[in-house]
Design a protein around this ligand. Structure first.
Ligand code: ADP
Length: 536
């Protein structure tokens, strides 16, 4: 800890809240610039919605959401329309203030007219979401899952998921929402910070009982009821990868702004907390992503009235210690050095499969891990293998990794979803001045010209109108007033407009993919031309 500042450079910087240090020129930081902003309820909902517009079936793991106050009229109109078309539909909605946490300010409503408009909604934007009325219950209680995910690198994308997580239980038996029980937070909200105040809260002294259990213990229960746990894991992995794919385009914009390419700077990694709710049919639904998940392994206990003491929490310890330990193992700066040795081993002929996925080189007497590229999507599952004999070397004595790589391991199955990443790459190319996150009108015009997008049907005057219209609307939403210009989401909207104009009859994702190919082709040709001219 450096409470008074730090002089010497470090290998790893472990920040408490967010990426907030401009004085780091090397090493690794445990936070990505912009992550806290990206996982706020409104930003996450917008990012997922962009993906839902492109790939509605692939992104059906996030409840239908509307952003307040700007989409209140849309919310009212859409709900009315859905009710008219299906009078038996009796929905419930959950209203969550943006930037809130621990259930703060959350309430349930049955009708759009119940939204509390007085004061708070104007000053505090929120997301209103379809409430999942039929969650999976264990011991008649609603629960959610907290899973830890390591985003090890953004470029190239590298994602790991912890094999075990936490299950956080409500403390009142669940009933489907009615006007009478809507206010019962101990029945509807799974937040630990709320339920701890219920008289029914049970501190767990082992991992499979009480109000906070390991996810693996719940999986065991489900498996004994005949549930397909492998399929469930596969769905969870898919949810995590798709969610991160929705976040990466904007994260890259933040990244190039805070750590400009070509200048000395750190690399980043981050542990994220994914909150997931299982529906009765075992479908996982994303509730939210936490950029700064609690890593506490103790809880407060009231010894006598008013006297509290911190006592160890075995469930938290079981899950969280492994996550931190393995994150450090994966980002270990010495690993790079060992990688060089591995290259030697791979070129060495004297390899013998020792056990599981370790190879031993007799010449250099080193044990090295081997890629597990052929595993199935669900292979991350709860610890299902016996611990192997610990390797000799720096990791001697440590248990097998609890963090399992899921990307790039399953990249082939998900890469087709990464269209907005490619749009963001175009955006970043035309940002021009390093350190900005918004595109000026000249940058936008250059983009149109270099990609040969204007023609007799789409004049440069129309280009300017498109820029002004979309930029003004996004800037009036009050997201970020620090800089003027077109933000990434506005550029994405403009890009979708252009794609729809150019490739009329295709589905949206094909229109967008075709336009990206078209732009990339022209930019590559331009680069080639410049290279030749330069040489000349
Ligand atoms: P916070 O950041 O305040 O914890 P969450 O989005 O995690 O906000 O919501 C709090 C709790 O409310 C969740 O843990 C979950 O139990 C419940 N919840 C949230 N969204 C939904 C939903 N769409 N359907 C059902 N329950 C939900």
């Amino acid at each position: 800890q450096f409470p008074f500042g730090r002089r010497l450079p470090c290998d790893i910087y472990w920040h408490g809240v967010s990426f907030h240090d401009n004085d780091i020129f090397s090493g690794q930081v445990n936070k990505f610039p912009g992550m806290t902003e990206m996982v706020r309820k409104i930003t996450l909902s917008r990012a997922v919605r962009t993906m839902q517009d492109l790939f509605p079936l692939e992104y059906n793991f996030y409840p239908r959401s509307w952003i307040l106050p700007e989409e209140l009229p849309l919310f009212v109109a859409e709900v009315r329309m859905m009710k008219d078309s299906d009078p038996s539909w009796k929905p419930t909605f959950i209203v969550k203030p943006d930037g809130g946490c621990q259930g703060d300010g959350i309430y349930l409503i049955k009708d759009p007219s119940d939204i509390r408009l007085t004061g708070s909604i104007q000053s505090r934007p929120a997301v209103v979401q379809e409430y999942i009325c039929k969650p999976l219950l264990v011991d008649k209680l609603k629960f959610d899952i907290r899973l830890y995910v390591l985003l090890k690198s953004l470029e190239p994308l590298e994602i790991y998921i912890a094999k075990d997580g936490l299950s956080r239980f409500c403390t009142e038996p669940y009933q489907e929402p009615t006007l009478k029980n809507l206010h019962q937070v101990f029945m509807h909200l799974t937040n630990y910070s709320l339920n701890i105040h219920s008289g029914n809260f049970i501190h767990s002294d082992n991992v499979n009982t009480g109000s906070k259990r390991t996810f693996s213990s719940v999986l065991c229960r489900l498996s004994s009821r005949g549930a397909d746990v492998k399929k469930l894991w596969s769905d969870i992995i898919s949810l995590v990868i798709k969610t991160i794919i929705a976040l990466t385009p904007e994260l890259k914009v933040y990244y190039q702004s805070d750590i400009p390419a070509g200048k000395p700077g750190p690399t980043c990694f981050q542990i994220l907390g994914f909150d997931i709710l299982l529906m009765k049919n075992l479908k996982p639904m994303l509730l939210e992503v936490n950029a700064n998940p609690s890593m506490r392994i103790e809880h407060e206990q009231e010894l006598s009235p008013g006297v509290f003491e911190n006592v160890p929490s075995p469930v938290d310890e079981e899950v969280k210690v492994a996550v931190i330990r393995d994150t450090l193992r994966l980002v270990d700066p010495q690993k790079k050095k060992r990688k060089d040795i591995q290259q030697h081993i791979e070129s060495c002929k004297n390899k013998v499969n020792v056990r599981y996925n370790y190879f031993m080189c007799y010449r250099c007497q080193t044990l090295e891990h081997v890629s597990e590229a052929n595993e199935e999507l669900s292979d991350v599952g709860p610890a299902d293998r016996p611990e192997y004999d610990a390797p000799k070397g720096p990791e001697a004595g440590l248990p097998s990794l609890c963090l399992k790589q899921v990307f790039p391991k399953y990249a082939k199955q998900f890469n087709y979803l990464r269209l907005v990443d490619r749009v963001a790459a175009l955006f970043i190319r035309f940002l021009g001045v390093k350190g900005t996150t918004k595109l000026g009108p000249t940058g936008f015009r250059t983009f149109i010209r270099n990609c040969k997008l204007s023609n007799s049907n789409f004049s440069m005057a129309s280009v300017d109108i498109l820029y002004i219209d979309i930029t003004r609307r996004w800037n009036s939403m009050g997201i970020d007033h620090k800089e003027s210009g077109m933000c990434l989401q506005a550029f994405v909207e403009a890009f979708f407009c252009l794609a729809q104009k150019k490739y009329k009859s295709l589905p949206l994702h094909e229109q967008v993919a075709s336009l990206i190919d078209f732009c990339e082709y022209h930019l590559a040709a331009l680069d080639e031309k410049r290279l030749v001219c330069g040489r000349g």
